[in-house]
Ligand binder design. Structure first.
Ligand SMILES: *Cc1c(COP(=O)(O)O)cnc(C)c1O
Length: 357
């Protein structure tokens, strides 16, 4: 048996340690996970109630067309049903897009650092990844990305706010960028953290969909909606790509529970407002902390903060793990990414950090 040649340079994804494992390994009672940008407040109570009611009929396949959820999204975003692609989280959506569009020898352009899945799926399909470093503020270098375009470019992946830097680019800059990209190149705006943006009122690229036929916008229920365990996300796509995506998408890729949960989650925008309000307050405290400690960091518009420990960040992450805090190292030498958690947990983590730094 021989694996696909493009897999040779890749390794399996290593997720953050599960809380139970850390608890058992270090013999600690309380473990706080601030590694995967999950919502510390859980999810809407309404979703939890609706899911209990949805536990019947599990013997049936889900609605492969996700009609109810699509109808809700049509109403919520004012898009057409044919502009929607539903996936088992954005990880699934990213895979469907890559598998549908990329041939061996094609190129994609990404920021560096950014979310790792864009690169992974491009490499699996035999495409080449052109990385454009973020600037000294941690922001995507859109001019650099334009310069990186070649005849082989198929997709440009924007992540706004960008994971892991947390930085956000105003919609005007995104619009100016798309206007300069040739129409046969797909521009993707991954808005996994869009709900958290507070510096700009219209913080989504969605209004640009009617102007640019080569724009795709992605959203997920895993972050602000607090439903990472359900696995559901979606994209608003160019209609011209609907056929290809529906061929590649596995017919029952999202479960009936996930579809139902997503519908109810969209109806509870109060939960999102509360989540975002607390995040804003707690994020400000983290930024003050970085300033006090003299640690370089990027301005975040998301639910995490990325900063330079100016020492061995893997070692600091390991020591924090022994204290019961799971955070994310390994995204850039010396740097750590911390998800904004509960007020008390944030404070405790800062207290521990001061001792280690
Ligand atoms: C978390 C994340 C995703 C993936 O989320 P799903 O749980 O697969 O929906 C996609 N993009 C970015 C930038 C993320 O941070």
């Amino acid at each position: 048996m021989k694996e696909k040649a493009t897999l040779a340079s890749l390794s399996p994804y290593v997720p953050g340690k599960p809380m139970a494992e850390v608890q058992a390994e270090y013999g600690i009672a309380k473990v706080v996970k601030l590694a995967s940008n999950e919502n510390p407040f859980g999810s809407s109570q309404k979703v939890q109630a609706a899911l209990k009611d949805a536990l019947t009929d599990l013997e049936y396949y889900p609605d492969g067309g996700a009609k109810e959820l699509k109808a809700k999204l049509v109403e919520f975003h004012g898009v057409k049903e044919s502009q929607l692609l539903i996936g088992a989280g954005l990880d699934d959506v990213i895979q469907i897009i890559s598998r549908s569009l990329l041939n061996s020898g094609d190129e994609i352009i990404v920021a560096d650092p950014t979310f790792s899945q864009y690169e992974l799926h491009a490499v699996i399909e035999g495409a080449k990844v052109i990385k454009v470093p973020v600037d000294d503020k941690g922001q995507m270098d859109l001019t650099g990305m334009l310069t990186a375009i070649s005849e082989r470019t198929k997709i440009i992946w924007l992540c706004n706010p960008n994971n892991p830097t947390g930085t956000y680019l105003p919609q005007k800059e995104i619009a100016n960028f798309i206007a300069r990209v040739p129409e046969d190149i797909l521009v993707i705006s991954d808005e996994a953290y869009q709900e958290y943006v507070t510096i700009e009122k219209e913080s989504s690229s969605l209004p640009l969909l009617s102007t640019y036929s080569n724009l795709l916008v992605m959203r997920t229920f895993s972050k602000a909606y607090g439903l990472a365990g359900l696995r559901i996300g979606y994209a608003m796509i160019p209609e011209a790509l609907n056929r290809a995506f529906e061929i590649v998408r596995p017919p029952f890729n999202t479960s009936s529970l996930a579809q139902r949960g997503a519908v109810v989650a969209l109806e509870d925008q109060g939960f999102i407002e509360q989540t975002v309000a607390v995040n804003q307050v707690e994020l400000a405290k983290w930024e003050s902390f970085m300033l006090e400690q003299g640690l370089p960091y990027y301005h975040s518009q998301a639910n995490f903060i990325f900063f330079d420990t100016q020492q061995d960040s893997q070692l600091i992450a390991k020591k924090l793990l022994e204290d019961g805090f799971i955070i994310r190292a390994g995204l850039r030498t010396g740097w750590l990414r911390i998800t904004i958690g509960h007020k008390e947990d944030n404070q405790q983590l800062r207290d521990h950090l001061v001792k280690l730094l």
